[in-house]
Design a protein around this ligand. Structure first.
Ligand code: CP
Length: 311
């Protein structure tokens, strides 16, 4: 089976194909009351989220249901993982129930890849540790493409906790693959070593990175992944790396503001900027998330449904 484990390994045309397939689902989702297409009728999709989620879990659930699938969410807190069952045994259990696709979020980088090697259906990575969050990068690319008309040649500045961010990692790979010039901004302690290998330009000074930016993407501090040796105070972080009006004025006049969520208002982004619908695409990103996940579920189950296509 073909899986979606990361953006790494996808060809530019494959990313473009998913984005173009997603456009029909944007249209369907905006079409009115009946947002249904039953092409996945009879298929069972299991969402197994071992980390918290609002956007990704719900949009995968909505995406599967709008395509007519039976969608089941595994409630990890009430599951037998709490009785010591291993990840692989849990995966084998889901597999034995003959799922047609499994969507997994896990706190360990590589865990989703491991599961994909053990099951008989497509596996979609909904975020694994600090590794990748491919559907987030795809929905971000779709949002940028719709707002700016293109991705090739744009300057995209990503600021925040780059070290712990699977969103930053997937976006660096996706956006450079699609021809954008990517700048990443973080305090030295939150900048990964060897960042230049992603083909991006690294900055510690946010003001220096902003001029010429077409898109400014803000990320939250992932305190839950920090060891306690470096947890910036929210006030200090906002002072040095928060997006406020003065900083946004340094970017291009029509620069688009993005944030994958969840946001910490007043820490990485000023509230009035997040809520400015002219400049901020934050709610549009969520909307695109449903369409992109519909496209991914459709494309990855085509082989099992006997439909010609990418998989
Ligand atoms: N952007 C994102 O992954 O949000 P959730 O953690 O709410 O799914």
């Amino acid at each position: 089976h073909r899986h979606l484990l990361g953006i790494a390994g996808l060809q530019p045309w494959e990313i473009e194909f998913i984005l173009s397939e997603a456009e029909q689902w944007v249209a369907l989702n905006r079409s009115g009351a009946t947002k249904r297409d039953d092409r996945l009728r009879g298929l069972t999709i299991i969402n197994a989220f071992f980390e918290n989620s609002t956007r990704t879990l719900l949009s995968f659930e909505i995406a599967g249901k709008r395509l007519g699938a039976d969608v089941v969410n595994m409630h990890v807190a009430q599951s037998s993982t709490k009785k010591g069952e291993t990840l692989i045994d849990t995966a084998m259990t889901l597999n034995a129930m003959r799922a047609d696709a499994i969507v997994i979020r896990h706190g360990s980088s590589g865990a989703v890849d491991l599961i994909s090697q053990k099951v008989d259906c497509p596996v979609l990575n909904a975020g694994d540790g600090t590794h990748e969050h491919p559907t987030q990068a795809l929905l971000d690319a779709l949002t940028i493409r719709r707002r700016k008309g293109r991705i090739d040649g744009l300057v995209v500045t990503i600021c925040g906790d780059i070290l712990h961010s699977r969103v930053a990692r997937s976006n660096m790979i996706s956006l450079t693959t699609l021809g954008a010039q990517v700048r990443v901004v973080a305090p030295p302690a939150l900048m990964p070593e060897g960042i230049a290998s992603f083909g991006v330009e690294a900055f510690n000074n946010f003001d220096a990175a902003l001029p010429g930016s077409d898109v400014v993407m803000m990320l939250r501090l992932q305190n839950e992944r920090m060891q306690g040796d470096f947890i910036p105070s929210p006030r200090e972080f906002f002072h040095l790396y928060g997006l406020d009006s003065r900083r946004l004025a340094l970017a291009k006049p029509d620069a688009l503001v993005m944030h994958p969520g969840p946001m910490n208002r007043g820490v990485e982004i000023a509230s009035h900027i997040a809520d400015d619908l002219e400049r901020s695409a934050i709610t549009e990103q969520v909307e695109m998330g449903v369409a992109v996940r519909m496209a991914c579920l459709d494309i990855l189950t085509r082989r099992a449904r006997g439909v010609e296509g990418w998989s």
